[in-house]
Design a binder for this molecule. Structure first.
Ligand code: ADP
Ligand code: MG
Length: 317
């Protein structure tokens, strides 16, 4: 199979919402009137972001999911994606499953694959995603105000706990692992939440590197600090059963790969956030508030501040 057969066979699908898709030198995209393009890229590298023998269907899902998550965090509606692949060899069964996982999620979100690049090399998967949002509606990191509530969606730490299990740093039971693994292998990008938070949230970010690290980006951009209530942090039943072990603490506060949204909201809009949670059927937890003193303090149940390692994952550290 040559390069063009491969692209045609695995990565070319109908694109009814695109002026021009795969097959020319560039795709042509038209955003809805009054909107601007929101563009973001995320690359997954074998050995760094996933194990080389990872299930290709789940890998196809995750490659797109991490990019959809960036659209969610901007309050953007994802519309198009490009996919740049380097592959060690053409393996039909692998490509079949990978593209099936990718397109299953793309279809759920109405995202069209409109181009990319395909080369031989170490397994490397890069998606660029294009979404649209009203210019004044985008959820930026720098918009948090003093006294805003800090919220997070879903649960935190399961992906890190599942990874710790795979790395032999904790021994989960089979049932526990089965409960946590989807967070790691099949994250659910919170696109509907991002859209619902337009005009409600003052800032937002997706939690890819750990709550403290990612909230830290909001705080830095907004020139604020935060106080968090540890007991309000949303952990799954499995994760909570491992508290107060240091590893479980770390998963909650600094675990990566959750792809939940962390966002700030003026305190007066508390009830609106709760009604969004009900409407979407997605738990949203108010975990603290912004303060003027820079840095992030985490209070435990007794009101004592917990020492936390603020740093998330950094590829170059
Ligand atoms: P060029 O030589 O202009 O870089 P290519 O030969 O690399 O073009 O690609 C041919 C067409 O196939 C282009 O429209 C490109 O966007 C698309 N394409 C290449 N790889 C992929 C891929 N993995 N997924 C989707 N489209 C792809
Ligand atoms: Mg090319």
């Amino acid at each position: 199979m040559n390069e063009f057969d491969l692209i045609c066979r695995y990565f070319t699908r109908a694109t009814p919402n695109t002026l021009l898709g795969v097959g020319d030198d560039a795709a042509l995209l038209q955003v809805s009137p009054g909107n601007v393009l929101a563009v973001s890229s995320d690359m997954l590298v074998s050995g760094t972001h996933f194990f080389a023998d990872a299930d290709p269907f789940l890998l196809g899902h995750k490659t797109l999911a991490v990019n959809l998550s960036d659209m969610a965090a901007m309050g953007a509606l994802p519309r198009w994606a490009t996919l740049s692949l380097s592959l060690p060899a053409v393996e039909a069964a692998w490509l079949e499953r990978f593209s099936a996982g990718f397109f299953a999620l793309a279809q759920q979100h109405g995202v069209e694959l409109v181009g990319g690049d395909t080369t031989r090399g170490p397994l490397n998967l890069c998606v660029t995603i294009f979404g649209e949002v009203g210019a004044q509606q985008a959820l930026r990191r720098g918009g948090a105000q003093l006294g805003d509530e800090i919220w997070v969606s879903g649960t935190l730490g399961d992906a890190a706990l599942a990874l710790a299990h795979l790395q032999g740093r904790v021994a989960l039971s089979e049932t526990e692992f089965v409960a946590c693994a989807p967070a790691l292998h099949q994250p659910c990008p919170r696109v509907a939440l991002g859209l619902a938070l337009r005009g409600v949230a003052s800032s937002a970010i997706d939690v890819s590197d750990g709550l403290l690290a990612d909230l830290g980006h909001i705080l830095e951009a907004s020139q604020l600090g935060a106080e968090l209530d540890f007991v309000q942090l949303p952990g799954s039943a499995v994760l909570r059963s491992y508290l107060p072990q240091a590893l479980a603490n770390q998963c909650l506060l600094s675990g990566g790969d959750d792809y939940e949204l962390c966002f700030t909201v003026p305190a007066a809009r508390h009830a609106e956030v709760l009604s969004i949670a009900t409407r979407l059927g997605l738990p949203l937890a108010c975990i603290g508030r912004t303060v003027a003193t820079r840095g992030c303090v985490v209070h435990d149940a007794a009101g004592l501040s917990i020492h936390v390692e603020a740093a998330g994952y950094d590829h170059f550290r």
